[in-house]
Design a protein around this ligand. Sequence first.
Ligand SMILES: Nc1ncnc2c1ncn2[C@@H]1O[C@H](COP(=O)(O)OP(=O)(O)OP(=O)(O)O)[C@@H](O)[C@H]1O
Ligand SMILES: [Mg+2]
Length: 263
Amino acid sequence: MKVIGCYNIKGGVGKTAAAVNLAYLSSLEGKRTLIMDLDPQGASSYYFKIKPKLKGGSKTLLKGEKEAELLIKGTGYIGLDLLPTDFSMRNMDILMEDKKKPTKLLRRFLKGITNQYDYVFIDCPPGISLVSENVFSAADALVIPTIPSTLSLRTLDQITRFCHENASQQLLLFPFFSMVDLRKQLHREIVDHPPAIPMKWLTSFIPYSSEIERMGIKRAPLISYAHKSRAALAYTSLWTEIRALLASHHENPKTVKPNLNNN
Ligand SMILES: Nc1ncnc2c1ncn2[C@@H]1O[C@H](COP(=O)(O)OP(=O)(O)OP(=O)(O)O)[C@@H](O)[C@H]1O
Ligand SMILES: [Mg+2]
């Protein structure tokens, strides 16, 4: 089972859109896929028309695999399940703090379901918190949607440094450009000549697209209703790239490991 966190400290950059569409693509390939909605806003639950409700509240997630597993719902798409969230998730940090090994709780839960899924996508809330540290410890890779702007690049640098100092060296960081508006000169410049970073930029990028915004009206993954759109093709290419990198890292763990000393 591979665990992929869709993460950024920044809000509104395309984390949920990526989690929903990448998870859907994985399920289309026949992979048993789970999407975990860890954001109290419940956007990915909303996109799959699943009520934002956790029976017993967020503390049920910490009780053990058996209780937490009962919270998982089918999405109606073959091979794609979702663990919904609700507003009680906003207190997750406080609940986690009181536990033993508070940064390893999510990892423990995922270990319990490791035989049931091929891929788990975690839709992370923005910010950096104990919940994010749990994701850093549980995930094989973080996919990091990054808007091509100076402040977003600065945030990417903060994430890289934080992970370098605090997360496992095994954690792969896959930044990609998101919401790219090629009418904007700055976006074009940054995408054409991405700044040097300690890991590699994914070569696929997600364009700014009103088709993606329409996911909120359709309440479905973009690829399910506009699979030929430019944005759908971009997500498909992104998924192909991520899947290949995860596979090559599995075979040769050194190939895509970030190295801050190169910078
Ligand atoms: N490539 C894109 N082009 C245009 N709109 C987009 C794109 N990606 C996402 N959006 C829209 O921008 C908004 C924010 O996207 P999304 O919810 O995926 O971001 P997020 O990083 O998960 O936000 P949050 O931090 O609030 O969880 C949504 O309305 C979404 O439909
Ligand atoms: Mg989101």
